[in-house]
Ligand binder design. Structure first.
Ligand SMILES: [Zn+2]
Length: 429
């Protein structure tokens, strides 16, 4: 993927698109139930982007007759998408890119049969990434994050949520967030930064997690907010991480400082969601374990259930989150990669979609809605992202397939040919 001169949006005309998935809809909120099936497909479609925004969408023959396009044709970069599918750029609403190296020891240990908790107890897991991040310079972190963002763009992602969470000291969490911001400035797509100071209780605070929670609430959250380094605060609420009470404390601190909320919930064990819903979190992520009562409650809220099947796949689990139960109950479901070195080292939203189809019985259309417009809702960016409609940001992915169902079908292959990020082109050839 080339990334020269990308920062400036171009005047772009995508034409002859075999299937243009606009994802347009009259739905007032995130897509639920049958709405997830509606991709708003235009055959032989076209998209005009000017100044980083989508200006018009429709059949190619109409675009070619348009007087403005005819008059300005010489200054328009035209992309022939014959035989290809164009869809909104993926919104990867859950990633952990602020790390240094892969966790190959964990990988091998797990293959030998060690559990998540056993690996953590043996000094592996999240804690083993901490030392590297604490010692890394900011420029090392920037390089790692930027590399990941470029890989993500090469796989069709144009909006990426990026969490800190591998430093877990005030200083290293702020450095991770600064690195996320500086990498984002060098990338043409859109990055949504999240403070995940409450990823795990670091060793120094073992046995006195409350003290660490106070550090998160009284130092990390206010600093991240004051310096505008984060839009969201995330908490890993689960056994072995933070309790519901601690999570509420951190959420209250985030709200006090004007930051929005999201949480890792129900990955390893069930936590009652009711007490948190009143705080209007944007998203609960994982939800492998969730009660019927909470599923009904979630269906009444705009809080998105973000499913990350890459983690289940990589951990070798037989069980996946029950997407059918959530969707059929009316919960707004999104898909994300959970890109991280321990449990989901993939940048591929197409892979997450393939797993959603084969392991969670989501249809290809549902998987696409979950990976685009509902991801945008999960980041509170649906006004700008997640569908190809006039007025929205010029984000799209061109796939070298004739039918959108091929995107999750050819698993493990990257069939994304061109990515448009805020009107700037990145292409793999
Ligand atoms: Zn995660």
């Amino acid at each position: 993927m080339t990334l020269g001169k990308l920062q400036r949006p171009q005047t772009l005309l995508l034409v002859n698109i075999a299937q243009l998935l606009t994802l347009r809809s009259n739905a007032a909120g995130p897509r639920r139930g049958k709405e997830l099936q509606q991709l708003g497909i235009v055959e032989q479609g076209s998209v005009l982007c000017v100044g980083g925004k989508i200006v018009s969408v429709g059949p190619t023959k109409d675009a070619l007759r348009d007087p403005w396009i005819r008059k300005n044709r010489r200054n328009i970069v035209e992309i022939d998408c014959a035989g290809k599918v164009v869809l909104p750029g993926f919104v990867d609403s859950h990633t952990h890119p602020a790390f240094v190296g892969p966790r190959l020891v964990d990988f091998e240990k797990r293959i030998e049969g060690a559990s998540y908790q056993q690996i953590a107890a043996a000094g592996g897991g999240i804690r083993s990434s901490l030392e590297e991040v604490r010692q890394a310079t900011k420029s090392e972190l920037i390089a790692k994050i930027l590399n990941a963002l470029r890989d993500m763009a090469a796989h069709g992602s144009t909006t990426v949520e990026a969490k800190s969470g591998y430093g877990l000291t005030v200083e290293s969490e702020m450095r991770s967030l600064e690195a996320i911001r500086e990498a984002a400035d060098l990338w043409p797509g859109t990055v949504v930064p999240t403070l995940l100071g409450a990823h795990v209780v670091p060793k120094e605070f073992e046995g006195c997690s409350q003290k660490y929670v106070e550090t998160v609430c009284s130092e990390m959250v206010p600093r991240a907010a004051r310096r505008k380094l984060a839009q969201f605060v995330d908490v890993f609420c689960d056994k072995g991480a933070f309790t519901p009470r601690e999570t509420e404390q951190i959420f209250e601190a985030a709200r006090t400082h004007g930051l929005s909320l999201r949480a890792h919930m129900g990955q390893l064990s069930e936590t009652a969601l009711g007490p948190f819903l009143r705080l209007h979190p944007a998203s609960f992520d994982h939800l492998d374990h969730v009660s019927d009562a909470d599923v009904s409650q979630l269906a009444q809220h705009e809080t998105v259930a973000t499913l990350v099947p890459g983690a289940n796949y990589f951990l070798g689990l037989k069980e996946y989150p029950n997407a059918r139960r959530l969707i059929d109950a009316g919960v707004a479901v999104a898909l994300a990669t959970d890109y991280n070195p321990g449990t989901s080292p993939t940048v591929s939203m197409a892979m997450a979609m393939s797993l959603a189809c084969t392991q969670m019985k989501m249809s290809p259309a549902e998987a696409i809605s979950a990976a685009t417009i509902n991801g945008a809702w999960a980041l509170r960016l649906a006004e700008r992202k997640g569908s190809i409609e006039p007025g929205k940001d010029a984000d799209s992915a061109v796939f070298a397939v004739k039918d959108y169902r091929e995107i999750p079908y050819w698993f493990g292959a990257n069939l994304c040919a061109i990515t448009v990020l805020n009107g700037a082109i990145a292409s793999s050839n």
